[in-house]
Design a protein around this ligand. Structure first.
Ligand code: AMP
Ligand code: MG
Length: 335
């Protein structure tokens, strides 16, 4: 795999690569994407194969401008239009009724399609130069933490993808907010940087799907199939812990730590004796920016348990906890 630092020098190569139905990894403001021509079933199938992604987990389609949405999907009401006008380009995916040009392989047979217009400048230039809609999940092998740094994911894709465009560290570090308007009310299917409160400010109301913080059984009907899977996980076993009270939090950590425990948390826990302490930052923004990369780093210490400090489930904290609950396979203590 070749790392591209200057996209302008590779314009024709990238265009050809997408035309040949091959995959290109590109940066966005959320996480890196594993992209392919969304209009080609052959290209889309390669994404599922390379990522070992479950076939019933639909892909998000990335467009260069919001003005292109109606080529591929139907905007059915004013609430959808308002969300598009207010949050695109940006870290929002809107689920809309799909048009027939979007293959079923992209949407896993659903009659809807998730659409996103990234605000990252390099992503925008990539989409402009290839000039086709790009289907892209997060660039990581399924169930692993999402890719937010080139070095973190290089080995995962080295022999399977020819080009990765380096855009530095992903600014946000967590995937987009996925929203679907149901009965005129925006429903968050997957929380992200754009919060429930941000959406309420614009359209007056917003619900959060009950599946965001709970485990989903395989035979349950879910609006967002991505919620079904083991996700965002390092190889080392994880335990997520949370308490508003710092003494209770420290007691949970002390009661559960082993001799080879890595603690991944804020400075609140840094003086607890343990095998290794890793500071993930002290603001929700820094935690979201760092978390996936640090989870990968934890594996390098060969510990037998990662105790991860949780955060309050409000604002961006809801998105962080949605990911960490899955990272830890619902191994979660809250007191
Ligand atoms: P990822 O590609 O790993 O960022 O995951 C994409 C997320 O978007 C998954 O949780 C999917 O379930 C969700 N998604 C994509 N398209 C749709 C759709 N048409 N309807 C509902 N959820 C979707
Ligand atoms: Mg993903």
């Amino acid at each position: 795999m070749e790392v591209i630092n200057n996209i302008d020098e590779y314009k024709n190569i990238l265009k050809d690569e997408i035309k040949k139905n091959n995959l290109v990894i590109f940066p966005t403001e959320t996480v890196y994407g594993l992209g392919a021509n969304a209009l080609s079933t052959k290209a889309v199938n390669k994404i599922f194969e390379v990522k070992t992604r479950a076939k019933n987990n639909p892909l998000i389609v990335h467009l260069k401008n919001a003005s292109e949405i109606e080529k591929y999907a139907v905007i059915e009401n004013e609430v959808e239009q308002k969300l598009i006008d207010s949050f695109m380009p940006g870290p929002l995916t809107i689920v809309l009724k799909k048009k027939s040009c979007i293959p079923e392989s992209v949407t896993a047979g659903l009659d809807t399609v998730g659409i996103r217009v990234p605000s990252n400048e390099i992503a925008h230039r990539f989409l402009e130069l290839v000039d086709v809609p790009i289907a892209a999940p997060s660039a990581n092998i399924s169930s692993r933490p999402s890719g937010t740094r080139v070095n973190d994911i290089f080995n995962e894709f080295d022999l399977k993808v020819n080009y990765i465009i380096d855009g530095g560290e992903s600014r946000i570090g967590l995937e987009s907010t996925v929203v679907k308007v149901i009965d005129n009310i925006p429903v968050i299917l997957r929380p992200g940087f754009i919060t429930k409160e941000d959406i309420i400010d614009i359209v007056g109301n917003c619900k959060v799907s009950e599946h965001v913080l709970k485990s989903v059984s395989l035979n349950e009907k879910v609006e967002s199939p991505g919620m079904l899977y083991k996700h965002y996980a390092p190889n080392t076993k994880c335990l997520l812990v949370y308490s508003k009270d710092i003494n209770t939090l420290r007691k949970i950590v002390n009661d559960n730590k082993t001799s080879k425990t890595i603690i991944l948390g804020s400075e609140k826990l840094q003086d607890i004796p343990c095998f290794k302490f890793i500071n993930y930052g002290n603001t929700l923004e820094s935690i979201s920016h760092n978390i996936f990369s640090l989870l990968r780093k934890c594996d390098m210490y060969n510990g037998d348990l990662i105790i991860i400090e949780g955060v309050e489930k409000v604002g961006l904290g809801l998105a962080i906890m949605n990911r960490l609950i899955r990272t830890s396979c619902f191994n979660y203590i809250e007191k």
